[in-house]
Design a protein around this ligand. Structure first.
Ligand SMILES: Nc1ncnc2c1ncn2[C@@H]1O[C@H](COP(=O)(O)OP(=O)(O)O)[C@@H](O)[C@H]1O
Ligand SMILES: [Mg+2]
Length: 225
């Protein structure tokens, strides 16, 4: 098996701007390795969210290809890829407000047809507990939790999906420094100890410093920071 989990090959993408096309990604190529924690920095408007939408198959490149474990996403099938191979965490809006923490996590497992045999609820509580969400909190409606706790539930939900690739669009952006640091340590552990590949867009130099590989999106391309 290749050591690369996700490979972007000459990916190009642009938006129509008035009468003309403005290219955001320009022959962007990069190979992401398994078991590494990556951060992507770049000024606002440089195309970070656009890049993640390609990597999560929410949108399709206009030029070039993206491969997961050596197979084009198109060939895997975009919805199958999203369902079975990756999870994405946004700054907000990852959770269903009227459900409890555990119900949110279970919903995440349901979508992916969780691979693990065993009681989903029990596994859900365990993952939440590992995220520092004890059972009494997991049983609360997520709107009754603090912002930091909600984001931990969102991460638990992504983890419960049991996939090897986790993408994040500024997932710690709304957290205080202490909570953000804890969450980042957790991502690091997941990458380095559990072989997950984590790719986080961030504008925090602190977060970037803690990652294994820090990249910059500039002029439509990914390059070493
Ligand atoms: N749906 C869209 N239609 C037109 N332009 C867009 C659209 N989405 C993003 N853009 C533009 O593309 C550029 C890159 O956006 P984005 O990927 O969101 O950047 P970042 O996440 O780095 O801030 C920005 O100039 C933005 O205004
Ligand atoms: Mg963005």
């Amino acid at each position: 098996m290749s050591n690369f989990i996700l490979e972007m090959k000459d990916v190009s993408y642009g938006y129509q701007d008035g009468g003309r096309k403005r290219m955001i990604l320009k022959n962007c190529s990069y190979k992401f390795e398994r078991g590494k924690f990556y951060t992507i920095l770049g000024p606002s408007g440089s195309g970070k969210t656009t890049l993640l939408s390609m990597a999560s198959a929410l949108d399709v490149p206009e030029g070039g290809t993206i491969e997961y474990e050596g197979t084009e996403l198109k060939k895997i099938g975009y919805s199958k890829y999203r369902r079975n191979h990756m999870a994405i965490i946004f700054q907000k809006y990852n959770l269903v407000d009227y459900l409890t923490g555990i119900e949110n996590v279970e919903a995440g497992m349901m979508i992916s047809g969780h691979r693990t045999k065993g009681d989903k609820k029990e596994i859900g509580y365990k993952i939440l507990d590992a995220m520092g969400i004890v059972k009494t909190k997991a049983d609360r409606r997520v709107t009754k939790l603090s912002g930091g706790e909600q984001q931990r539930v969102a991460i638990a939900k992504a983890l419960a999906k049991d996939v090897d690739l986790i993408l994040g669009d500024e997932p710690t952006g709304s957290l205080d420094t202490a909570t953000s640091n804890e969450v980042i340590e957790l991502f690091k552990l997941l990458a380095n100890e559990y072989g997950k590949t984590i790719i986080l867009v961030t504008h925090s130099d602190d977060v970037a410093e803690k990652s294994d590989v820090s990249l910059r999106l500039r002029d439509g391309q990914l390059m070493p920071f």
